[in-house]
Design a protein around this ligand. Structure first.
Ligand SMILES: Nc1nc2c(c(=O)[nH]1)N(C=O)[C@@H](CNc1ccc(C(=O)N[C@@H](CCC(=O)O)C(=O)O)cc1)CN2
Ligand SMILES: Nc1ncnc2c1ncn2[C@@H]1O[C@H](COP(=O)(O)OP(=O)(O)OP(=O)(O)O)[C@@H](O)[C@H]1O
Length: 214
């Protein structure tokens, strides 16, 4: 609890010397986008360092658990277009599951950064199709057709109890969802301990429909 929160808490039990305690101070604290951006940058760095400190075997055990939960949630992928991701920086590795979607009659798409400040493009991809290195050396389909996924599986750096997602700070997922003509089902994927009390949601932040951790 911060000093401000403690102060306000105490004032509800004794006669307040002024009515400050009756103001909602939360919007004041989070209203400044620069303050929120600086706070997010620091939290991202901490969460990413903790994630990379997890042993590789531990990450793969957790990825397998996440895959089991995804199977339960998504079920039969036939006829569905699923946007997944090529893992980087210790993200849960869902590649075998994603390839299974194609084998079971669904379509798999991967995100491509077209330009900073622009929405992502989801391109169809099947095993064997050429991949090339995009932003941050992430592998992306070299040629696949651009599609609108029915389900977007989005890796996260952190999340809060209201299903808001903290990513790498490019604003790509929020921009992509905002630009889509119809909103897909968005499933956030991450490790349990990256939960934080709030990301201090801003007007552009779009909550996820479902959150899956190990
Ligand atoms: N595996 C995977 N692929 C993915 C994503 C992802 O989260 N995971 N993305 C999900 O969006 C997109 C890539 N996201 C990116 C987000 C930020 C930056 C970036 O350059 N960040 C700046 C900091 C930005 C800032 O703080 O202003 C940097 O690191 O210097 C690059 C790619 C598409 N592909
Ligand atoms: N729909 C949008 N339109 C314009 N700017 C946006 C939009 N969504 C996000 N942004 C901007 O992008 C920047 C980064 O946003 P944010 O901190 O939410 O990124 P993130 O969700 O962590 O990143 P990513 O989705 O790339 O992993 C912010 O400056 C924000 O204003």
């Amino acid at each position: 609890m911060s000093n401000v929160e403690e102060d306000l808490g105490r004032r509800t039990y004794s006669s307040p010397p002024c009515y400050l305690g009756e103001f909602s101070y939360e919007p004041l604290r989070v209203g400044d986008p620069d303050t929120v951006a600086a706070w997010r940058k620091a939290v991202r760095e901490r969460l990413l360092a903790e994630r990379l400190a997890l042993p590789v075997e531990e990450r793969s055990i957790r990825s397998a658990r996440i895959v089991r939960r995804l199977e339960q949630e998504i079920g039969d992928p036939e006829g569905k277009t699923v946007g997944s991701y090529w893992p980087v920086r210790g993200e849960p590795d869902l590649r075998s599951w994603a390839i299974g979607i194609v084998e079971r009659g669904g379509r798999l798409a991967l995100p491509v950064v077209i330009a900073k400040g622009s929405p992502l493009e989801y391109r169809l991809w099947m095993p064997g199709d050429p991949l090339e290195r995009g932003v941050w050396n992430i592998l992306v389909p070299a040629h696949g057709a651009a599609v609108l996924p029915d389900i977007v599986v989005a890796p996260l750096v952190g999340y809060d109890p209201h299903k808001f997602r903290l990513g790498y700070g490019g604003g790509f997922f929020d921009r992509t969802l905002a630009a889509m003509p119809s909103k897909p089902c968005v499933i956030g994927i991450g490790y349990g301990e990256t939960r934080i009390p709030t990301i201090y949601p801003q007007p552009h932040d779009i909550p996820m429909d479902l959150l899956i951790t190990e």
